[in-house]
Design a protein around this ligand. Sequence first.
Ligand code: ADP
Length: 459
Amino acid sequence: MTWLVSRLLAGLVAMLLGGVIGYVVGGPVHAPVLTVLLGGTLTVGALAIVDTLRGVRLIDWLRGAQDTDAPRDAGFWGEIGYRVERSIRARERSTVQEKARLEQFLEAIEASPNGVLMLDVSGQIDWCNSVAASHFGLDPRRDRLQRITNLVRAPAFVAYLQMGNYREPVVFPSPNGLGTLSVLVRDYGEGMKLVLSQDITERERADGMRRDFVANVSHEIRTPLTVLSGFIETMSALPLTEVESRRVLVLMGQQAQRMQTLVSDLLTLAQLEGSPRPAADRWVSVSKLLLQVEGDARTLSQGRHTLTLVSDDAAQIAGAETELLSALTNLANNAVRYTPEGGRIDISWRVLTDGSGEFSVKDTGPGIEREHIPRLTERFYRVDGSRSRDTGGTGLGLSIVKHVAQRHGGELDVQSEPGKGSTFRLIFPAARLRRAAASPRPQGDASDAAVRGATADTR
Ligand code: ADP
């Protein structure tokens, strides 16, 4: 309020000064009252002109961008200028803060794995993040203020938007043709809409796989179960001779065994999928594994094949022994099961020049057509279904092998040509291998020396 006092004082002083001057000047003309009034009026008028000029300066500043300081006048206009400038600066600061917050907010929406698209009251695109742009095949700048239904013409989506009932999401093929989208709309503000999109291609695929898996398992179990219940019915309904009963019991045993193998493979798979990766500090002797694999293969072959085992290095693999044994045995047993009598099976282990280790099973069996090879590791995928079932296969063996390989950082490679046999190779990375001699040997490692460089003909 100091400006008020000083302003009143200045007016008063100006008036007095004008009066005094008027009185002094008006004495000689003998009209002191008139000259006092005239003098006072003139000085107040001069003060008003100065005031107006200051006001004009402030208005000019206000009309501009206010990017310089307000005119620093004393008194009334100075006070107004100072206060207006302070309020403008405070507003500018808060606008900058609001802008920064808005940008942060948009960046957060941009970082969302889901698509976010805002529609105005007339269904025009107001803003969208890049995920939504990619889901709907939009250009966030070019397509701004375009009607969404002019750009996204998927009938299910258009009908959903028009229907106005947004309780459930709508699912439709993505406009970019690469998958499936799930879209949910939420009303907000006054007649505006928030469109949330999610790419559910992977989820749909996983759901499909789960459905197929359940259907496959049910089918695989139902077949032996039907046979078993048939036999049970036969046995209870018909008086069988002892020979016949024994035959039926053998067949029933085979079906029960088939179910047991299937359940055991399913459990192995579930365990592989649900447990953490095998520790990298548990060392398993490759020689020991090879001997077990060879023993199993020989038992299965029963002398019907020429079977050789070659190992050039007494290495150890870091991982889970049971898993590795299961993978290696699966490959060797497949070779025995699919190779006709008289065929040859070569099992080998070698360390490659880059330090990785290769376990290989080569057979002279029927071979596999090229188009089947990428699908061999799918669950229940069989090239020759009847041969697989006749030899006790579940269609899960190579799936298990692939999982074990991946869990040990390795990979499965299949080379095959119809009529020329197959080679299945399991390659383990150098990081998971070490020479057996470099550490105290685990139990049973006496076998290392026996296998190294040995060729066993089991025929
Ligand atoms: P299965 O229990 O049916 O053998 P796998 O997953 O082990 O299941 O193998 C998948 C399919 O790959 C088999 O059904 C068979 O058709 C084919 N296969 C696997 N190994 C061989 C092989 N050594 N020679 C020819 N075909 C093979």
